[in-house]
Ligand binder design. Structure first.
Ligand code: NAD
Length: 341
């Protein structure tokens, strides 16, 4: 059993912690919370050991009656891997401490690529993370782009990608972010950073991205055009996507679902927290013209990176040398790839 700790118990951290609890080859030693709020109480109720970043924070927890196991340092003494899910940019401040305790380190997409030895996606470069000290699971949008590129690339080498990223304004819990009533070019100047981020994992790909932010909290949507070197028929692309792990095809005619609200509503009926860690591809939007494939896809920003966080732990240790086997283990434990309709 690999002993895992999670530093930061917000949107990503709490999902990764619960996903670790479901794996047969991992144990969750504890999580680090900054504030003794409802989420700390819920973690305690789930039987999760809660730690605080510093001695001062420990006192805050004690004053509010939440039992803690000690500080982050105490947690680091008893784990093999620390998953850093603190707010973007904060991982850099913690990196030296993690090094001091000689633990393997997983960072998130809000950190700069230089923070880790490798930027990671399970379908694209699992092998490059094997036995490394640290890895960075790229952001939600980058993970969505990499899923489609690497899935298709396994069947027909992808020569060029162009993508329009339509970003959700904020996560559902975030009340201070926007836009509330605008479609904002984000950034105004092309290209957006997503193309560069994709290249941190697959430097060989030619890719350009632009992005806008829109007033919604549910999911991101991308329109992606991929030029492939071997022509594929539309039926081939559908068959590839149907068989691929962590990709879910959605047919508007059969399901009546034509957007992110429909996906989330379908998930609400079947899944905890309406998480959709799979990349959702709108089948009806799929167009194949000569060597160009284009489609709309939706990304559930809060959960898409969770399975990659689990696989990367297996790669770093290394617990599993074969990406396919790790993906299968993770997906079985998290009950992924099951149709929502
Ligand atoms: P979040 O704000 O929801 O969670 C961060 C947690 O860290 C909070 O609970 C906060 O209280 C805690 N924290 C703050 N200071 C801390 C400290 N000093 N020590 C320990 N914990 C501390 O953020 P998030 O959305 O979960 O993002 C975490 C990382 O994941 C970022 O790098 C982000 O870019 C990345 N990411 C976020 C999303 C998303 O859509 N939310 C998607 C993919 C990747």
């Amino acid at each position: 059993m690999v002993r895992v700790g999670v530093n930061g118990y917000g949107t990503i951290g709490k999902r990764v912690a619960l996903a670790v609890l479901k794996q047969e080859d991992m144990s969750l030693v504890g999580i680090v919370k900054k504030t003794p709020d409802y989420a700390a109480l819920q973690a305690r109720r789930l039987g999760i050991n809660v730690y605080a970043p510093t001695e001062d924070d420990v006192r805050k927890f004690e004053d509010s009656g939440v039992k803690v196991g000690g500080t982050l340092r105490d947690l680091l003494e008893s784990v093999d891997v620390i998953v850093d899910a603190t707010p973007g940019g904060m991982g850099e401040q913690y990196r030296k401490l993690y090094d001091q305790f000689k633990v393997k380190q997983v960072f998130q997409g809000g950190e700069k690529p230089e923070i880790a030895e490798v930027s990671f996606n399970s379908l694209c470069n699992y092998g490059e993370a094997l036995g490394r000290r640290s890895a960075r699971v790229v952001s939600c949008n980058t993970t969505g782009l990499l899923r489609i590129i690497c899935t298709l690339n396994a069947h027909s080498p992808v020569e060029k990608v162009r993508a329009v990223v339509i970003r959700r304004a904020a996560d559902p819990k975030e009340v201070k972010r926007g836009p509330v009533n605008s479609i904002e070019l984000d950034p105004p100047k092309a290209p957006s950073h997503h193309a560069k981020d994709v290249k941190t994992v697959i430097p060989w790909v030619k890719i350009t991205t632009v992005a806008v932010a829109v007033p919604t909290t549910l999911m991101h949507v991308h329109h992606v055009t991929l030029k492939v070197s071997k022509k594929l028929a539309k039926s081939d692309v559908i068959a590839i996507l149907e068989a691929a792990p962590r990709v879910m095809l959605i047919n508007a005619e059969r399901t009546g679902i034509t957007g992110t609200a429909g996906i989330v509503e379908a998930s609400r009926d079947l899944r905890p927290r309406y998480d959709v860690p799979e990349l959702v591809v709108f089948e009806d939007s799929l167009n194949v013209e000569d060597d160009e494939i284009s489609l709309f896809q939706a990304v559930h920003q809060e959960s898409i990176v969770v399975p990659e966080n689990i696989d990367v732990i297996r790669a770093l240790i290394p617990l599993e040398l074969d990406p396919t086997k790790s993906i299968e283990k993770t997906d079985r434990a998290l009950e992924l790839n099951k149709k929502l309709w």
